[in-house]
Design a protein around this ligand. Structure first.
Ligand SMILES: [Ca+2]
Length: 276
């Protein structure tokens, strides 16, 4: 009778195989890095994730500065949730004479950044609270091998930058129109395909998640990552994102399409903040 309550060798093998399979899935669509901006004080925003440490230093006019919102200023609005506060910018995106504003940067020698190189698929997720409609190529997250920034009014633009250095970019439909309210975005890129391989998603806090549009970038794997990473602007300070940014997260896979998260997974991530 006792023996019956034990799994047979065969059952145990099946369990072991299932366990390995689920671990494999976790690894193949790794959460490489996430910035929650919940420190609330100091000049650094620490990251978590499998990529290793990728802290951002916040700067205003090139001087390290604490740029956190007040407590409860994060995307959930709950105590303990803070966000990156870039509302000190004097405009959204490009202008002439140029707008300027703060930035959060990780220098090129940052341990975790190399994990952003050579990705065959990736997903970039975050929450934005623009002070005015996003426009003018306002910078959101900028690297040498990919970037996310505003396009024209209400658009997001995503680019893969191959070795040639010339960005291959696509603009979304103009559905990122929230002002003064938190808005979720997700962009997936599947470099195993050449067509219909970029998905843009949007979710206002109470509106649910929707697929905005699907675009094509024929660029394959990202090149090895080089240089630093910049959030909300670039170090030289033009084309700021004016507003708040929270829960910025990058998923990726070196091989295969798993780094481009399916809509069900993105909805799960969105719901964690939108419908806690
Ligand atoms: Ca936060």
């Amino acid at each position: 009778m006792v023996a019956i309550s034990f799994p047979s060798l065969r059952q145990r093998s099946v369990i072991a195989i299932l366990a390995c399979f689920s671990v494999g899935l976790e690894i193949s669509q790794a959460q490489l890095m996430e910035w929650k901006f919940n420190e609330g004080s100091g000049e650094m925003a620490e990251s978590s994730g499998t990529a290793g440490p990728s802290p951002l230093t916040m700067r205003n006019d090139k001087v390290p500065t604490s740029l956190f919102t007040p407590d409860g200023g994060g995307a959930t609005g709950k105590p303990g949730d803070y966000a990156l506060d870039l509302s000190g910018a004097n405009g959204m995106g490009a202008n002439n004479p140029p707008n300027s504003g703060p930035v959060a940067t990780a220098p090129g020698n940052t341990e975790g950044l190399s994990a952003l190189g050579g990705l065959e698929s990736l997903t970039i997720i975050g929450w934005l609270k623009p002070q005015t409609t996003i426009t003018g190529a306002a910078r959101i997250i900028i690297g040498k091998t990919f970037y996310v920034q505003a396009g024209s009014s209400g658009e997001l633009q995503f680019a893969v930058i191959p070795d040639s250095g010339t960005p291959i970019f696509v603009n979304s439909e103009p559905k990122y129109t929230e002002v003064g309210m938190w808005m979720f975005f997700a962009i997936t890129y599947d470099g195993t395909r050449t067509m219909d391989n970029v998905n843009f998603y949007v979710g206002a806090t109470d509106a649910g998640l929707t697929l905005v549009c699907t675009r094509s970038i024929d660029a394959g794997k990202l090149p090895p990552f080089s240089g630093g990473l910049e959030v909300g602007n670039v170090s030289s300070g033009a084309r700021p994102f004016q507003g708040m940014i929270d829960d910025l997260t990058i998923y990726g896979a070196e091989n295969g399409a798993d780094g481009a998260l399916p809509q069900t997974k993105i909805e799960e991530i969105y719901n964690k903040v939108a419908k806690p």
